[in-house]
Design a protein around this ligand. Structure first.
Ligand SMILES: [Zn+2]
Length: 326
């Protein structure tokens, strides 16, 4: 191609590029401060959509004199970049560490904007298997279709720099700028790679999708047995504030955790008995007394599905115990 044709082509393409850049203005995020060092971004209610630009999950950051630690990265690279801009308005301390709470699309697609020299991205080692899976690629294709231009061909699945191994059963502890962090393994509860992060001095816990404030949880295909173990660890940490993966932070987290604990135990007990008695799910659901939970928010949207997921899980657990005892 000769120079004139190249210039003509460039002249034709440039206005289009500029128009596209103008059509996608920078997203502005406002951090909410919950303690001396901890802030979070609270996503809008509902599913990821064009209207909310994918901003329907939470992420947060901790400011220390030596640098910033981020927990989760929101649902798109543009949101990750918006987080960085918002952090810059609070502190000039460099970003040092990003903890990936789990590899669900709404919590980590923003990593691309946070990946920079000097920043360590740390995640549970099980996340490696997810990133190599067909599921991860299918999810990305689905998101590109649903959330363009916020998720598009340039969006990548970002690997961690450090894969955390919890073989010894102990949390991973680190210190930055005089603050102490505890990263707690809760893998297998909501996803294969759940991590909680406690900021010890501020008594703030980042709990990802294992914590619901003032409402019944969404159980989905979570493993409630492991979730109950995770709740024990969360209660042991005695946080004053818990930041969930969705919805507002809680300043009465103990009550929230006890509600989730009571509810999960009840689901397991009721559905477990039904499975033992070989009742169908419909019979089991109709027979169960839901009065202790029916007035909590999210009951009508979530309870039947939660019960069904638990029924299937209890069937699986029963089959496994049957196999083990043979
Ligand atoms: Zn999730």
């Amino acid at each position: 191609m000769n120079l004139v044709r190249r210039l003509l082509l460039l002249a034709a393409v440039l206005p289009a590029l500029t128009a596209q850049a103008q059509a996608v203005p920078d997203i502005v995020l406002k951090p909410i401060q919950v303690s001396p060092h901890v802030y979070y971004f609270q996503g809008e209610a509902g599913m990821a959509s064009q209207a909310n630009q994918g901003f329907m999950s939470n992420a947060g950051f901790v400011v220390t004199p030596a640098g910033v630690v981020v927990y989760d990265a929101l649902a798109t690279p543009a949101l990750g970049a918006a987080m960085l801009r918002a952090i810059r308005l609070v502190t000039s301390a460099p970003l040092k560490m990003v903890i990936v709470g789990h590899y669900h699309a709404d919590h980590f697609y923003g990593l691309q904007a946070l990946r920079q020299p000097g920043v360590v991205i740390a995640a549970h080692r099980n996340g490696r298997d997810y990133l190599r899976s067909d599921l991860a690629r299918e999810r990305l294709a689905q998101r590109r279709a649903e959330l363009a231009p916020w998720v598009d061909e340039r969006t990548e699945l970002v690997s961690a720099d450090r894969w955390l191994d919890f073989a010894d059963g102990q949390p991973w502890r680190f210190e930055l700028g005089g603050l102490h962090f505890r990263v707690i393994d809760s893998s297998g509860a909501h996803s294969p790679e759940d991590l909680l992060m406690l900021v010890e001095e501020d008594h703030v816990l980042f709990a990802g999708d294992l914590f619901f404030s003032g409402r019944l949880p969404y159980v989905g295909d979570a493993d409630s047995k492991r979730w109950l173990q995770a709740l024990d660890r969360m209660l042991d940490a005695q946080p004053a504030v818990v930041i969930p993966g969705h919805g507002p932070a809680s300043r009465a987290p103990r009550e929230d955790m006890l509600l989730t604990q009571r509810y999960l135990r009840y689901l397991r007990e009721q559905m477990g008995n039904a499975v033992q008695e070989l009742l169908s799910f419909d019979e089991a659901y109709a027979r169960t007394d839901w009065s202790a939970f029916k007035d909590y928010p999210a009951f009508s949207q979530a309870n039947r599905l939660n019960a069904y997921g638990t029924y299937l899980l209890m069937e699986k657990e029963t089959l496994q115990t049957g196999k083990e005892s043979k």
